[in-house]
Design a protein around this ligand. Structure first.
Ligand SMILES: *Cc1c(COP(=O)(O)O)cnc(C)c1O
Length: 382
């Protein structure tokens, strides 16, 4: 009998090592990892620069507490807010914690309570983040939830207008709903959100836990939309596999998170921030992001050629892509694993593709060949 709670359900094959896009199981079989630990291992497994940073920092200082000045936090904050509308960062350990900080900051800063969120959204599993999450399966059995979250349909202008009143502190959304099925925000809806936030003094919180740090082909996904966030939350790809979360905010919010308002023991730990700084320095370079976009275009082209478009549609941006299928995808994901390709689903009908941002075109070819084998029962011509 396992001594673990079975909250993750049946686990997949035990992976014991990885290098770049390739991971190896306990029997020595190799797989192409098109999950990246769910958009986390953005530079692939065991990236030499990250290994070096972690090794060097581990010999200097692991942990000291936020009672002390941590210069590497300042450097990471500077790199993250560079060329953005944001001025300040708060570091924590996960996506849910980053969202928790954002919800607290929005309430404290505005003195208002209601947070508007969207159906099919995912913001994490803590009470605040879960209450913000628009998926019944995540919330079921844990009530009563935190009050004053108002969940409305995504990309629905009329419902947005109807949901606004004088108690709305913030609107919280994902640019592309990752867990909820790879659904992107409409440009007109994004513009309407920006307009209503300005008109009614409502804060905009963009949850970039999955989309941030190069995943969609820009450092932040909101850059490709008319959204003008006051707060952005980050986690997954930020540490390249080392746990870290972050909340970025505009200067006006600074006084509302003064001394003693919020904190965490581990957040911004020297190991985490030095690894994340290396990730950001590599990923948020124009030349690196251009390659992400080239590979994205290549992957979309290959998938479109391989899969009949009356049964499959490709959605998403950059290297956060979804293949929307008519049938449930769980069996195909299992089959792909046997064929040496690791995939993850989003909702029941979407195969999510999240390769490391460093994936090669050759690896993309191999992955598309497996995908078309399992979906169509035949090899793609590549
Ligand atoms: C994964 C995810 C979270 C939760 O992050 P954790 O680190 O698991 O707490 C929050 N928001 C989005 C958009 C996510 O994809």
């Amino acid at each position: 009998m396992s001594h673990l709670f079975q909250n993750y359900g049946k686990r997949r094959v035990p992976i014991v090592s990885g290098k770049g896009t390739i991971v190896t199981d306990d029997k020595g079989k190799n797989y192409l990892d098109f999950t990246s630990g769910i958009a986390v291992v953005s530079l692939g497994h065991a990236h030499p620069e990250l290994v070096k940073t972690l090794q060097e920092q581990s010999e200097k200082l692991w942990h000291i507490s936020n009672l002390f000045d941590i210069p590497a936090q300042e450097q990471l904050a500077e790199a993250l807010v560079d060329q953005t509308p944001f001025d300040h960062a708060f570091f924590c350990n996960s996506g849910a914690e980053a969202n928790e900080a954002a919800i607290k900051l929005a309430r404290k800063h505005t003195g208002k309570h209601t947070i508007i969120t969207f159906e099919q959204s995912f913001h994490g599993r803590t009470f605040g983040a879960m209450s913000a999450t628009g998926q019944e399966k995540v919330r079921q059995g844990f009530g009563p939830l935190l009050e004053t979250f108002r969940t409305i349909p995504y990309n629905d202008l009329a419902q947005l207008e109807a949901a606004i009143d004088d108690d709305v502190a913030a609107i919280m959304l994902e640019v592309i709903q990752g867990e909820g099925g790879v659904n992107a925000i409409d440009s007109a809806f994004a513009q309407a959100i920006t307009d209503v936030c300005k008109a009614k003094d409502i804060l905009l919180i963009v949850d970039e836990v999955q989309t941030g740090i190069g995943r969609t082909g820009t450092c932040y996904a909101f850059e490709q939309t008319p959204l003008q966030p006051d707060i952005v939350t980050l986690a997954k790809g930020l540490g390249g596999g080392f746990p870290i979360g972050a909340m970025l905010g505009k200067a006006a919010l600074f006084p509302s998170f003064g001394a003693g308002t919020h904190g965490t023991t581990f957040g911004g730990n020297p190991l985490a921030v030095s690894v994340a700084k290396t990730v950001v320095d590599i990923v948020c370079q124009p030349s690196f992001l251009k390659e992400v976009n080239d590979k994205s275009a290549y992957l979309i082209k290959k998938l479109t050629e391989a899969l009949p478009n009356d049964h499959y549609s490709i959605r998403g941006k950059g290297l956060l892509l979804g293949i929307h299928c008519e049938q449930e995808v769980a069996p195909f994901i299992q089959q792909a694993e046997q064929e040496g390709l690791l995939l993850v689903q989003a909702g029941t009908n979407v195969i999510r593709l999240l390769p490391p941002l460093t994936v090669s075109k050759d690896e993309i070819d191999q992955a598309v060949a497996v995908i078309s084998t399992v979906l169509l029962g035949e090899k793609a011509i590549i």
